[in-house]
Design a protein around this ligand. Structure first.
Ligand code: KIV
Length: 263
């Protein structure tokens, strides 16, 4: 059993070494990713790529705990981050109750919640109660229905200043790091130099202290839609389709199992 990267180690990487984060939702892929990344996010994106829903809104705290337990069982060296699903942090007490469940029922190292100014007092309360909290600003996927879709944030100067202000408020409230999603690169760059905690970007350009991608996007398994920021490092869907086609045709033809695969 290795030792997981600590929060202190992650924070020291700011400005010195880029932080690598990937999502994972199960034990199998966690054990594959773990040696090569610094952090694993049990993201509520699992509601789309794992559960087949249209957005992240219907993910529940029980589902997230189930997946986080699986991830934690195989995360030996990576720091594990738990995504608080929609509706589980509307006020301080509810947020603390659910964050405590995440800590006590899984082995995660920190939790993440979406929001800026409007969530800063909740983040302060969680921090005062020994919960390490990552903020998530810019494009917030849990706002997809209330905003009527996904859109890039920080396009105007006023919006850019608002995002920087939100980041500073989160840091002041005790957030230990910030995810910045779907912003112009100059916005992420300004946030990264304004705060002293690490910033991890997704669709936010190269200036962030680290990067995160959803595993099924970057390995080519999820092709329902592909945002511009996703680089596919593998055409996993095609490879798996070909393998399953071969298996099916060998079973149909009676070629599998031959002697080699028979007792
Ligand atoms: O749920 C998730 O995978 C996320 C990333 C998009 C940062 O929150």
């Amino acid at each position: 059993m290795g030792h997981r990267i600590t929060l202190k180690q992650l924070q020291k990487m700011k400005g010195k070494e880029k932080i690598v984060m990937i999502t994972a939702y199960d034990a199998l892929f966690t054990s594959i990713f773990d040696p090569y990344v610094d952090m694993i996010l049990v993201g509520d994106s699992l509601n789309m790529s794992f559960s087949g829903r249209e957005d992240t809104i219907s993910a529940t705290i029980d589902q997230m705990i189930y997946h986080a337990q699986a991830v934690c069982s195989k995360a030996e060296k990576s720091f594990v981050l738990f995504d608080m699903p929609f509706g589980t942090y509307p006020d301080k007490e509810t947020a603390l109750k659910n964050a405590v469940r995440a800590y006590q029922e899984t082995g995660v190292d920190a939790i993440k919640l979406e929001g800026g100014r409007e969530k800063s007092e909740i983040i302060r309360y969680l921090s005062e109660n020994a919960i390490a909290v990552f903020g998530h600003i810019g494009l917030k996927p849990q706002s997809v229905r209330s905003e009527g879709g996904y859109s890039i944030k920080g396009k105007s100067e006023a919006e850019k200043q608002e995002i920087i202000e939100n980041a500073l408020l989160l840091e002041e409230a005790g957030a230990v790091a910030i995810i910045i999603e779907g912003v112009k690169p100059d916005v992420a760059e300004a946030v990264t130099s304004a705060v002293s905690i690490p910033t991890i970007g997704i669709g936010a350009g190269v200036a962030c202290d680290g990067q995160v991608l959803v595993w099924s996007d970057m390995l080519g398994f999820f092709d329902e839609f592909m945002p511009k920021f996703v680089k596919q490092y593998l055409d996993g869907g095609s490879l798996v389709k070909e393998a399953v086609q071969n298996y099916a045709s060998e079973v149909k033809s009676g070629k599998f199992p031959d002697k080699e695969y028979t007792y």
